[in-house]
Design a binder for this molecule. Structure first.
Ligand SMILES: [Zn+2]
Ligand SMILES: [Zn+2]
Length: 219
């Protein structure tokens, strides 16, 4: 994530894989001010809090990309521990956040329901450590999935919409494959090949790499 301009060089990220799903809980912060956010604290909060202490950042907020247990399961507890607000996802995922305890029980993950302090919608912006992210509503994997785009750093927080070599699952009762492909092809790929993205599982990639080689995308 090394950037070429001094103005944008200060955005930093650290990944903490959490829960049995190895979800990429992400710390994102401004290196100059050491202020930042925790994105998708699905669980294993001891690991998350240790990482926060190691990088020495002041957590301003929690951001949720969508309502699945591996992303949101620890949000209520971490919010209380850090006394910060939760932003996201889109309100179409309210039923998942209301249902987190039941989602967790089926996987043996302790979790509590959570209500965000701020729901997000297409066109909103989220600020993390002073860096502005544009919100794209990208349903399909879940109805309320949001993707956060920082143009200055060419960085995307992807959630489970698009992965390196794969796309988000849509085999849930509320999944929508056509909507997912539509969001990827009409909202994400046009942003530009040089965008790097951090996704919910597995290694990061770029939009260009996925546009060229992702076998799940139409071409
Ligand atoms: Zn998910
Ligand atoms: Zn996930």
């Amino acid at each position: 994530m090394t950037q070429s301009s001094t103005e944008t060089r200060s955005l930093r990220a650290a990944i903490i894989p959490v829960t049995p799903f190895q979800q990429n809980c992400t710390l994102l912060w401004d290196e100059a001010t050491k202020r930042g956010a925790v994105i998708d604290p699905g669980g294993d909060l001891d690991d998350v809090r240790r990482a926060v202490a190691e990088v020495g950042i002041d957590v301003e907020k929690i951001v949720l990309t969508h309502g699945h247990i591996d992303h949101a399961g620890g949000a209520a507890e971490l919010k209380e521990a850090l006394d910060v607000a939760i932003e996201g996802p889109h309100p179409a995922d309210r039923f998942l956040l209301d249902n987190l305890e039941k989602q967790g029980a089926s996987y043996g993950i302790p979790a509590r329901p959570v209500t965000p302090d701020r729901w997000l919608d297409e066109g909103d912006t989220v600020t993390i450590g002073g860096h502005v992210f544009e919100v794209l509503h990208c349903p399909g994997h879940s109805p309320g999935s949001v993707v956060l785009v920082n143009r200055a750093n060419r960085l995307i927080l992807m959630g489970d919409v698009l992965f390196r070599g794969s796309i988000g699952r849509t085999d849930f009762p509320y999944g929508d494959h056509d909507a997912l492909i539509g969001a990827i092809t009409t909202k994400l790929l046009p942003l530009g090949d040089d965008f790097t993205f951090i996704c919910g599982h597995g290694p990061a990639s770029t939009l260009g790499e996925e546009r060229r080689s992702n076998p799940f995308l139409p071409r």
